[in-house]
Design a binder for this molecule. Structure first.
Ligand SMILES: *Cc1c(COP(=O)(O)O)cnc(C)c1O
Length: 424
């Protein structure tokens, strides 16, 4: 569900024609819908609230890495959404956007001592510890600060899942978390330290998961570990269920609804009296954003192959190159006529700079506008300036209003960022 619709024959973001944004902000540009962000958060919030008995006052912590734009984060923060972060930079963004520290979870496989100290200093809700080595360092850092931060142990439940091998995180050989038996030892070890306060367990098994079974299997591992730890006299008050629920990208399989997902979690956690946390990234943001781009030209080969050359490239939207991800390509102002197959490409000097092959698209001409849908998560955050292309800007729409929430840098700004070595 999203708020990008045709009105009077041309695609709008809520009440704003994309043509207007392209005219005034230029292309390529990401465009986000406030209404869609709100709707997705609201659906998940309502589902969690409907299962308060099993899930407690569940925290919904948006995975900042999916879309870290400050205005996007502020939109979610105002709804009461927390933040799941994986770096000091993301914690700083969440705080700057108005997420209270006690709704910020600090995850990640390689947190530095400085990042741990920063997280303790600002008082994040919980640090998810991913290894024995990290627990040792965290205890040392906390001891130096005279602190005892709340921690959860991130369990690798040995159930990997996800839309692509590169976004599967819960398999035995993936780098994330610790196996269940080892996690039990770490929990015991942590309880003996006065410099960390173990409060629970966490997992996150992958992304773009379109089947509840692996998620349920992972949650059952956490539930059983909770019972076992309690039998040994340990307190376990929070279970962090991670993110990973898939979204409908057309061309892929239809994911379960947020309501079914939350109901499943409630079934698994029923009776444990824990407070649950969900860490959705893609679920909240993916369909709240499009990448708006202009056709530079159409290259027709004598063998019939037709390349749609856009002004957006792999440096602006990496998912197709990185994960062979599918994004719908839609004309902003569709022309009548039969569809034809196009290879949709950008101008970057890499064959990987191909968004789609043999994609059936309605008639298009140079200077037409197109959008990639489902681009609100893992889109702008991964953008780079490869080929010295200015970092793609971002626009946020709310009703009839819109604002550039990350401007495109000028070429002067790009060059000024790099001082010459003083011997040159
Ligand atoms: C990336 C990540 C998420 C969000 O994953 P989505 O698939 O976008 O929901 C949640 N938790 C952790 C720890 C992550 O690394």
């Amino acid at each position: 569900m999203h708020h990008f619709d045709l009105k009077d024959g041309t695609l709008h973001a809520e009440g704003v024609p994309l043509e207007l944004i392209a005219d005034e902000a230029g292309t390529p540009v990401y465009v986000y819908s406030t209404a869609t962000l709100k709707r997705h958060y609201g659906l998940l919030r309502a589902a969690a609230d409907a299962h308060r008995e099993a899930l407690g006052e569940a925290l919904i912590a948006f995975a900042v890495k999916a879309n870290s734009n400050l205005s996007v984060l502020a939109t979610l923060a105002r709804l009461g959404c927390g933040a799941d972060t994986v770096s000091e930079g993301e914690i700083r963004r969440a705080l700057a956007a108005g997420v209270p520290a006690d709704r910020i979870i600090f995850s990640g496989v390689g947190k530095t001592d400085m990042e741990l100290a920063f997280a303790i200093g600002v008082g994040v809700r919980q640090i998810n510890v991913e290894s024995g080595a990290e627990l040792d360092r965290l205890i040392a850092v906390a001891a130096m600060m005279g602190a005892s931060p709340a921690i959860a142990i991130r369990v690798n439940p040995n159930v990997g899942a996800g839309g692509h091998a590169k976004i599967t995180t819960g398999g035995k050989s993936d780098k994330f978390g610790v196996p269940a038996a080892e996690a039990m030892d770490l929990y015991r070890q942590a309880s003996q330290s006065t410099h960390v306060t173990p409060v629970g367990l966490a997992c996150h098994i992958g992304s773009q998961i379109t089947d509840l079974a692996p998620l349920e299997a992972a949650f059952r591992v956490l539930a059983q570990m909770t019972r076992d730890l309690r039998a040994q006299g340990h307190a376990v008050t929070r279970l962090d269920l991670g993110g990973g629920l898939g979204v409908p990208y057309s061309g892929g399989s239809e994911p379960p609804s947020p309501a079914d997902y939350v109901a499943m979690a409630a079934r698994v956690l029923a009776g444990l009296e824990v407070e649950a946390a969900f860490e959705p990234g893609r679920l909240l943001a993916a369909n709240a954003g499009v990448l708006l781009s202009q056709v530079i030209q159409i290259n027709e080969r004598s063998d019939g192959r037709r390349f749609l050359v856009l002004d957006a490239a792999m440096n602006d939207l990496m998912r197709p190159a990185l994960y062979e991800a599918y994004h719908d390509v839609l004309p902003v102002t569709p022309r009548p006529g039969a569809s034809q197959p196009y290879d949709v490409v950008g101008p970057v000097c890499e064959t990987g700079d191909t968004f789609a092959r043999d994609r059936a698209l309605p008639p298009l001409e140079a200077e037409d506008l197109v959008v990639f849908t489902g681009a609100g998560a893992y889109g702008a955050v991964m953008a780079s300036e490869y080929n010295s292309r200015p970092l793609v800007p971002e626009v946020l729409v709310e009703g009839e209003n819109w604002a550039v929430v990350r401007p495109r840098p000028t070429y002067e700004e790009m060059l000024d960022r790099e001082p010459f070595a003083d011997w040159l």
